[in-house]
Design a protein around this ligand. Structure first.
Ligand SMILES: [Zn+2]
Length: 264
C-alpha cells in the first residue's frame, strides 16, 4: 500500500518543490518564515531514567543520534550533552526551568497515537528554540531495542532482529526535528523521511539531503557574527531577549494511526 503522506505536508511540498529542485529537505519555520533553530553552541538534554527500560545501550544510542547531526561537515551546529535525570512536564511553561528532555513511555503516550516517537518543539517569534522534548512511544505493538550495527551501507536491514524498531534509527530522525528539520521528500533513504520499519537501521546515517538541510539552518561561522555583535558596556540586555513572544509550539506527532509511522 502506498504510504499515506499527511495532507498538510503534501501541500507544503508541492508549493516549495514544484520546480523539481534537487533539495527535498524541509525546515520547520515560524509563521513569519524564519527557520527554527538553536541559538547556543551546547544544548543540555535530560535523559530520563525511563530510557533504561530500552537496554543498557540506550543512552549511547541517543548520544550517537544527536552526534550524527552535530558532526555534519561544513556546518556549525550545536552539540548536545545528555545528562541523567528526571524529565519535567512536556512542553514549555513560562517562567519555569523548561528542561530539554528525552524519555520513553513504555505504556504509550496517547497524543502520539500510533507514531513511534514525537518531538515537541517550542520556539519564539525569532525562530529561537526554547524547549524541546522527545518521547519514544512504547504503546501498542511497538517494540524497541538498540539493534546491532550491521552493514553501515544505506538501505540495509538487520533481519535477524527484525521484530524491533531500532532506538538509534528512530532517535536520529527525532534529533533532526530537535534541530529544526521537518520531514523530507527525498524518499525512504533520508533520515528525515516520515516512516521507518522494524529492523531498519539506515536512518542512523544521514543522507546528503539531510546534511544539506542541517547546513542550511546552521551554516559555518554563524557563531562569529553573533559574538561580534556583543558590545560590552552598551547597556543592552540583548536584542529582544525579554520581549520575544512565544508564537508556536510545534507538536510533531502522528496525525493518523498507521504502522511504521515515525511521527508527523
Ligand atoms: Zn518525524
Amino acid at each position: 500500500m502506498q504510504p499515506a503522506v499527511p495532507v498538510a505536508m503534501s501541500l507544503l511540498a508541492a508549493s516549495l518543490f514544484a520546480g523539481g529542485g534537487a533539495s527535498a529537505y524541509q525546515l520547520r519555520k515560524t509563521t513569519g518564515g524564519v527557520p527554527v533553530h538553536w541559538d547556543s553552541d551546547t544544548i543540555t538534554v535530560v535523559a530520563d531514567a525511563s530510557l533504561s527500560a530500552l537496554g543498557p545501550d540506550a543512552i549511547s544510542a541517543a548520544t550517537r543520534a544527536f552526534a550524527a547531526w552535530s558532526e555534519v561537515q561544513g556546518a556549525d551546529g550545536p552539540g548536545v550533552v545528555l545528562v541523567d535525570g528526571v524529565a519535567d512536564e512536556l512542553g514549555y511553561r513560562e517562567g519555569d526551568e523548561n528542561k530539554n528532555t528525552l524519555r520513553y513511555e513504555p505504556d504509550g503516550y496517547a497524543p502520539a497515537g500510533g507514531a513511534l516517537a514525537i518531538t515537541v518543539l517550542t520556539f519564539d517569534s525569532t525562530g529561537k528554540i526554547v524547549d524541546a522534548d522527545i518521547v519514544i512511544n512504547g504503546g501498542g505493538s511497538h517494540g524497541f531495542a538498540v539493534l546491532p550495527g550491521g552493514d553501515p551501507k544505506k538501505g540495509v536491514k538487520n533481519e535477524a532482529v527484525g521484530g524491533s524498531y531500532d532506538v538509534e534509527d528512530v532517535l536520529t530522525h527525532e534529533a533532526g526535528h530537535f534541530f529544526g528539520l521537518a520531514h523530507s521528500d527525498a524518499g525512504p533513504e533520508a533520515t528525515m523521511y516520515f516512516a521507518t520499519a522494524r529492523g531498519e537501521i539506515k536512518k542512523r546515517d544521514l543522507s546528503l539531503d539531510d546534511e544539506s538541510g542541517f547546513r542550511s539552518i546552521y551554516p559555518e561561522a554563524r557563531a562569529f557574527t553573533a559574538a561580534c555583535s556583543v558590545s560590552p558596556g552598551a547597556g543592552s540586555s540583548g536584542p529582544g531577549l525579554a520581549a520575544a513572544a512565544l508564537l508556536a509550539t510545534a507538536i510533531v506527532l502522528v496525525g493518523r494511526r498507521r504502522a511504521n509511522l515515525l511521527d508527523l
